[in-house]
Ligand binder design. Structure first.
Ligand code: UDP
Length: 356
């Protein structure tokens, strides 16, 4: 079986780390990097650190609006599929690269497999939600991380086959945790002690593109008493600089801005934080897996189980609600919501069955 995998941004490199190795042990994989994230810190670091294979094709398509970017990807991926003639196309998550890969393959009559299918925030204002819903409806194989995702897809009557495989990010988190546990460097660099700081990430368009929302984000990040370590996404840095807010954010030294980190360094900080403030999807889940409280800077999430379990609170950009959530007691139980850390192998088995 020949699988053409399309990835393009940071979380997709992380997810591919769970699948590509297992896949290549038994099958042929051609990895395409669209270039949606072209900074090394958001892409190639994962090739070195997590053993993601070096992409066979780099399309170099970054920047522009979502519409332009998706259209340019489609224009490149169509002919590429014609040349490579894969048996299956594999995509992950909810980005422009996911939708472009899925649509190009569906139009070329190549079966599409979607990992992380079925998650829903039900917020159609988010580009990620549109990408995920559309990709689900053109996929032949929908690989779900949770039973909630399976239910969502059944309700939507998707055309493809739905399978519960667990979450591939659990595979990666479990693999890396021992390495991260011995890595004190990132804490030293940030000048923080285990349990004595919060870790923050923010980059969603809805939080950083509008200057009024961005100012509220700065307020939320400055509100806690504990130091806040912020590995700053390039998109957010650019918006803060353009709005003249970077100085206000770091003024007083409580918010410690770092460059975007590799996965091991980020995990080292996450697992020893007193709490996490984030608008990322993956980080909400990783906080849960590590038993760290999460305060989500959005008013909806596709990772609803973490909220239902009491480990994650949605506060949007409300500083008071964020402080209240950080002070609330944590639940005693933390059930296994996202599978057993062997999702990668199940994905590969399901792909094999699809290719027949
Ligand atoms: N991450 C990382 N370094 C950082 C920040 C995040 O390696 O400085 C990882 C994080 O552990 C998670 C993924 O990147 O696995 C999340 O990516 P992002 O927040 O960009 O995307 P989202 O999950 O929101 O789609």
């Amino acid at each position: 079986m020949k699988v053409l995998t399309v990835i393009g941004n940071r979380p997709q490199f992380v997810k591919a780390a769970a699948v590509s190795g297992v896949l290549r042990a038994a099958h042929e994989e051609v990895l395409v990097h669209t270039g949606q994230h072209y900074d090394d810190e958001l892409s190639t670091v994962f090739v070195q650190e997590l053993g993601v294979p070096r992409p066979e094709h780099e399309l170099g398509i970054g920047g522009g609006s979502n519409t332009e970017q998706t259209a340019r990807m489609l224009a490149e991926l169509g002919p590429l599929l014609g040349r490579e003639r894969p048996d299956v196309l594999l995509v992950y998550g909810d980005t422009n690269s996911t939708l472009a890969g899925g649509l190009a393959a569906a139009q070329a009559r190549v079966p599409v497999a979607h990992v992380e299918a079925g998650m829903r925030s039900f917020d159609r204002a988010m580009p990620e939600e549109l990408n995920r819903v559309l990709t689900d409806h053109l996929s032949d194989l929908l690989l779900c991380p949770t039973p909630v995702a399976v239910e969502n897809l059944e309700r939507e009557h998707v055309a493809g086959r739905v399978e519960l495989v667990g979450d591939v990010m659990v595979d990666v988190a479990e693999l890396v945790r021992p390495r991260a546990a011995g890595d004190d460097g990132p804490l030293r660099e940030a000048g923080v002690e285990p349990g004595g700081y919060l870790l923050a990430t923010a980059h969603r368009a809805g939080n950083v593109d509008d200057p009024a929302r961005l100012a509220r984000l700065v307020e939320v990040l400055r509100a806690p008493e504990l130091p806040v370590v912020l590995p700053l996404h390039p998109r957010t840095r650019a918006r803060l600089e353009a709005a003249g807010l970077l100085g206000a954010l770091t003024d007083g030294g409580r918010v410690r801005v770092l460059p975007p980190l590799g996965y091991v360094a980020f995990t080292a900080l996450l697992t020893r934080a007193a709490g996490v403030l984030t608008d990322s999807g993956g980080v909400q889940k990783e906080a849960y897996l590590a038993g760290v409280r999460c305060v989500t800077l959005r008013d909806s999430t596709e990772w609803v189980e973490t909220v239902d379990a009491g480990w994650n609170t949605l506060v949007d950009l409300d500083a008071e609600r964020a402080l209240a959530a950080l002070a609330a007691p944590l639940p005693a139980a933390r059930p296994d919501l996202y599978g057993d850390g062997r999702a990668g192998a199940r994905v590969v088995a399901a792909l094999g069955a699809l290719a027949g």
